[in-house]
Write a protein that binds this ligand. Structure first.
Ligand SMILES: [Zn+2]
Length: 207
């Protein structure tokens, strides 16, 4: 992951920009929840590590400054440089916060990629969305797709890809069983009016 990418707003990422804002928010919250506690524990450890290194560097800088000052002074003794210590402390705090943010963001971005590109080829990451799984070994064999990019045969279940993950957005919007005129997803009023119409027709036939 490159630096500018870590600093890009989630909504401007190439994978995200084509999606409506409510979907982007949903994906970002899914992406951070997917990591559980790690989403704050891991960045915290990174930040603590960076802060520890910074504390060591700061200690060296203060010691160096004190020994230079001491060599210049007549008495050979100096007070700790309070201003310098405050400045180094402030920089350390800033480093801690920035490390936390960057580590957290890079985790969320990687999670987002995983969520969006569930159907990525396990060999080359090329998106397998839109391909139809085939059972090349006949009935009972595992469904496979051939990656159009690298040509590898991917046994989808073995790589945690569900047939649903391969559907395009267009496929998902297509009506499904139960969505018809008298289907389970209609308003009750619509269904009853259709039933009434059917009864009328049946009565007319009997006559
Ligand atoms: Zn591939």
């Amino acid at each position: 992951m490159s630096w500018p990418e870590v600093l890009t707003p989630y909504s401007d990422l190439p994978e995200m920009s084509s999606r409506p804002p409510h979907e982007q928010r949903k994906l970002v919250s899914q992406a951070s929840r997917r990591r559980g506690d790690a989403i704050w524990v891991v960045p915290m450890f990174w930040a603590l590590g960076v802060a520890a290194v910074w504390a060591g560097v700061s200690f060296g800088i203060v010691r160096l400054k004190m020994s230079i000052d001491a060599s210049k002074s007549v008495l050979g003794r100096v007070d700790p440089p309070a201003d310098l210590i405050r400045l180094l402390g402030f920089a350390g705090l800033l480093l801690f916060v920035v490390t936390c943010i960057i580590a957290r963001r890079s985790m969320v971005i990687r999670s987002l990629r995983f969520l969006i590109n569930k159907a990525g080829c396990p060999y080359c990451q090329f998106s397998l969305v839109g391909l139809t799984p085939e059972k090349l070994g006949g009935t009972g064999s595992k469904p496979v797709v051939r990656c159009p990019e690298c040509g590898e045969l991917v046994s989808i279940f073995d790589h945690g890809i569900m047939p649903d993950d391969l559907l395009t957005d267009h496929d998902r919007r297509r009506p499904f069983p139960g969505a018809g005129p008298a289907g389970a997803y209609n308003e009750k009023a619509t269904i009853y009016s259709k039933k009434g119409w059917a009864k009328g027709r049946a009565a007319a036939k009997r006559k």
